[in-house]
Design a protein around this ligand. Sequence first.
Ligand SMILES: *[C@@H]1O[C@H](CO)[C@@H](O)[C@H](O)[C@H]1NC(C)=O
Ligand SMILES: *[C@@H]1O[C@H](CO)[C@@H](O)[C@H](O)[C@H]1NC(C)=O
Ligand SMILES: *[C@@H]1O[C@H](CO)[C@@H](O)[C@H](O)[C@H]1NC(C)=O
Ligand SMILES: *[C@@H]1O[C@H](CO)[C@@H](O)[C@H](O)[C@H]1NC(C)=O
Length: 422
Amino acid sequence: MVAIQFDYLNDYSHSREVQKPRCNHTILVFFVIWLFATCAFVLYFSHNEEAIQVYLRGLKNEYASKRLVCYYNFPSTKDDLRPENIDAKLCTHIIVGFLKVNSSHELGVTKEQVEILNQLKFLKNKNVDVKVLISVGGAGNVKGWSRMVYNHTNRKRFIRSVRIFLENNILDGIDLDWEYPNDINIYPRERIHFTQLVEEFRMHINRNKYKFIVSVAVPYLPFIVDTSYQIYYLNKFADFINLMSYNYHYFSNLTPFTGLNSPLIRSPLDHGIFESLNINDTLIYYQQQGMDKNKINVGLPTFGHSFTLFNQYNNGLYAPSRGYGTVGNQGFASYSDILKFLQSENVLHNFDSATQSPYAVRKLEWVSFDNNDSLALKAKFIMDEGFGGVMMYSLNADDFSGILGKEFSLTRSVKNILVKYS
Ligand SMILES: *[C@@H]1O[C@H](CO)[C@@H](O)[C@H](O)[C@H]1NC(C)=O
Ligand SMILES: *[C@@H]1O[C@H](CO)[C@@H](O)[C@H](O)[C@H]1NC(C)=O
Ligand SMILES: *[C@@H]1O[C@H](CO)[C@@H](O)[C@H](O)[C@H]1NC(C)=O
Ligand SMILES: *[C@@H]1O[C@H](CO)[C@@H](O)[C@H](O)[C@H]1NC(C)=O
């Protein structure tokens, strides 16, 4: 065999004698290019741990390198989403909410919460890349914040308690969700003190070479942004922000008419102050305030809002409403609630193409929601505009039991888009 091969090679080189130098030349050129490419590759990756991760993920093409940050609420009923039913490969980050600031200015955690956090450790066995964060605060959970941020001593105590808790429970970071500093105007300096808290977290991390993530959950209303945050500094000190770009419209006594939970862009029907109540305008505002695109996780909801109409024949956007709908709880409807409603008889399905949002009507019941198609369109817009990721609220409100067949169809639809941009 060996002899035959040599003969063949000899024959080959003899018969192509004229071309031989050119052939060697070409090989040399290719070799040099290959060498350069390899060196560049090795140099780039050996100095950039993150690049290796991104490269490896690209090979697997299974995870998004764009962030998909999913909130998970501690289960509140026996039918709620349990830790073991979370798909470990769906989101890049899972933020578990909500913990408190306790009266000694430390992280307040209940025994039940520690138990759930313990059960979440299995996520890392199934996906080593998934980051699990805890969120402090949440809607209506303002107690303790003001006094904690008040002076350096208190803030230091809080930061230390957070770091110890993260270490003890093998968690990857903290999400600060105070809704909102300086909101009730008890003490106007809360805004500055909150900045100091985020800055001191950053200094604590840098000084000690800790690896944990610090994110901040932020609102969409420019008025609240201005009174509560110094965006320039959040951009500087936080790893990223989770923009709560939903709840733009829901029933209240001040807004007794129908509207969309999370409109992507302005609708021709929006007038006055309502013109800027959409994701696109909010994103432009944040950028004007100095927030980098790659630090923004744009919020998309898995939940919707229900309304009761005054008149079943006046059932478009901004139609008069006299209260919450019957779907969901106090107007707040999970996707599972909404799917059951959509499957009932005589439901009118609408898609508002101006805002890329569906809504459905049945007699006096009016429901704003998102489905896999509207979320895919919104995620595509967010990616095309170059933002760092998508935040979703929440895994609990998605169709986690799989009424439509596959579990978490909404979160999955967003993931499928993000993977394409990774
Ligand atoms: C606050 O939480 C810490 C643990 O983070 C705990 O040691 C402390 O006892 C708590 N304080 C109160 C008043 O509950
Ligand atoms: C910080 O504020 C607390 C009250 O929350 C107070 O007891 C403490 O003395 C203050 N520390 C400093 C250094 O001002
Ligand atoms: C987003 O909003 C800005 C400012 O209102 C507007 O100029 C732009 O056209 C909007 N983008 C889309 C896609 O409508
Ligand atoms: C949404 O789900 C339907 C079926 O349930 C499917 O036909 C459609 O392709 C899905 N759209 C996206 C964007 O995944």
